[in-house]
Design a binder for this molecule. Structure first.
Ligand code: UD1
Ligand code: CA
Length: 453
């Protein structure tokens, strides 16, 4: 079959009360329009055209190179939106799948069944409907006495009797592309909203002697449209549950899916365990056999295998195999934590490399630093990387031992095997295997107490 797709995404999204175009609001980490585009592509669509209008520039920028665009200068309704893309389909033949940019839960399974049913039916148009427990805000589907499709009545145009109907228009349609554009010219705007409604093209096609079919989705959740922030939250939860279900099916343990927030973009390896109150976001990739959580937030992280993280926040950084992190660690952008490193108990690391097997177990700030392998960084060590104007790097060689409460004033280098005495403020490089003591010598004054008397 020759299937092309048109996605309507020019609307203002007034009910969202937002500065951001509605279709760019994120659902489980991705703009809602992205789900619709991906579902269309997985359905076997050969081409996707997106109608843009409100916030057009931003929508175009987000999806440039992924889809084609048609511009609807003024938002005069869904029928008008489709007409704005007329020239994009001047040469097209076959089926045009129409989707709305605000229905992110659509699955390609449903769309495949729907388009296949349309192709088989010899209908000029088929509308995807669903029985909604709460149909408020949707167009209601009216049938003839013989059960065939009659028309769709928008909520704002419906009488009390029609408002009781639970079968709604999902905003998804298949059309014979050339018949659609011919009939669309005849759609008027004599309705409560003064808009050109796309569903009004259906009775017109019928009156011209075409068959119009109805295909009801089995699960109404897949067709929900997002018009408000509370519907956004509901969609977010539904996609999150879908994602977590897929992860569990792939061999990942999620102790409590209800208190775990994994964005759709995230990848996790087999036999990793995710504990409650954990947020895994953006382009985070986690390996196998890890234990993540409780109370962890990972954003755009690359995490190896057998990594354990608890009560911590890590973003835009990399953690290699066998690392133990937490509790209370903040790993900031530009950091690489080497294999089998241990970091825990109130430690912040920024733009640094920590070599294999090193230990940073208590109360450290490490910024702009290269730490070698098997280094022991004592409790309370601070790299002084900022002089008020510029940032400088600190280098610590392999097998070095940094005593407790050390200040390393950058730029400074502690060479391999060097020792730093506790309480030192290091301002000069320390040669290989040397002991640096940079504090005043202790003086014990025996008469001190007598004098006071
Ligand atoms: C629409 C349908 C309704 C259906 C519901 C399903 C119409 C008239 N109504 O209502 O029957 O039950 O979807 O979710 O079609 N858009 C444009 N240009 C416009 C207006 C809208 O591109 O001028 C886009 C929007 O960005 C949105 C989609 O079309 O992605 C649907 O518009 P929306 O205003 O959300 O329509 P509903 O009131 O939900
Ligand atoms: Ca809508």
């Amino acid at each position: 079959m020759n299937l092309e797709t048109l996605i309507l995404a020019a609307g203002k999204g007034t009910r969202m009360k937002s500065k951001l175009p509605k279709v760019l609001h994120k659902v489980c980490g991705k703009p809602m329009l992205q789900y619709v585009i991906e579902a269309a592509k997985r359905t076997g669509s050969k081409r996707e055209v997106v109608v843009i209008g409100s916030g057009a520039e931003l929508v175009e920028k987000t999806f440039s190179g992924v889809v084609e665009f048609a511009v609807q200068e003024e938002q005069l309704g869904t029928g008008h939106a489709v007409l704005s893309a007329k020239k994009n389909f001047a040469e097209s033949k076959g089926t045009l799948l129409i989707l709305c940019g605000d229905t992110p839960l659509l699955t390609s399974k449903l769309l495949k069944d729907f388009t296949a049913a349309h192709e088989k039916s010899n209908c000029a148009a088929t509308v995807l409907t669903a029985d909604m427990p709460d149909a408020t805000g949707y167009g209601r589907v009216l049938h003839e006495n013989n059960g065939t499709f009659k028309k769709i009545v928008e909520e704002k145009d419906a009488n009390d009797e029609q408002k009781k109907i639970r079968e709604v228009n999902s905003g998804v349609y298949c059309f014979d592309v050339q018949k659609l554009f011919a009939a669309l010219e005849k759609v008027g705007n004599n309705n409560a909203q003064g808009e050109y409604y796309l569903p009004d093209v259906l009775p017109i096609l019928k009156a011209e002697g075409n068959k119009v079919g109805v295909f009801k989705a089995e699960y109404c959740i897949e067709t929900i449209g997002i018009n408000t922030r509370s519907q956004l939250a509901a969609a977010d939860k539904a996609i999150r549950m879908r994602k977590e279900q897929a992860l569990m099916e792939a061999g990942i343990t999620i102790i409590d899916p209800n208190t775990t927030f994994i964005e759709d973009t995230v990848k996790i390896g087999q036999d990793t365990i995710i504990r409650p109150n954990t947020y895994i976001e953006g382009n985070t990739v986690i390996g196998e056999d890890c234990e993540i959580g409780p109370n962890v937030r990972l954003t755009d992280m690359k995490v190896g295998n057998k990594v354990k993280v608890q009560f911590s926040y890590c973003h835009e950084a990399e953690i290699l195999d066998g690392v133990t992190l937490g509790p209370y660690v903040h790993i900031r952008p530009g950091t690489t934590i080497g294999q089998n490193v241990k970091i825990g108990n109130f430690v912040e690391i920024k733009n640094s490399n920590i070599g294999e097997g090193s230990k940073l177990p208590h109360l450290q700030y490490i910024g702009d630093t290269d730490v070698g392998s098997n280094v022991n960084v004592g409790c309370g060590t601070v790299t002084c990387n900022y002089d008020g104007k510029k940032k400088y790097r600190t280098t610590i060689g392999d097998n070095a031992f940094i005593g407790c409460n050390t200040n390393l004033v950058a730029p400074v280098k502690v060479e391999d095997g060097a020792y730093i005495a506790a309480g030192s403020t290091i301002t000069k490089d320390v040669p290989k295997d040397n002991l640096a003591v940079a504090r005043s010598r202790q003086v014990n004054i025996a008469v001190w107490d007598d004098k006071r008397k």
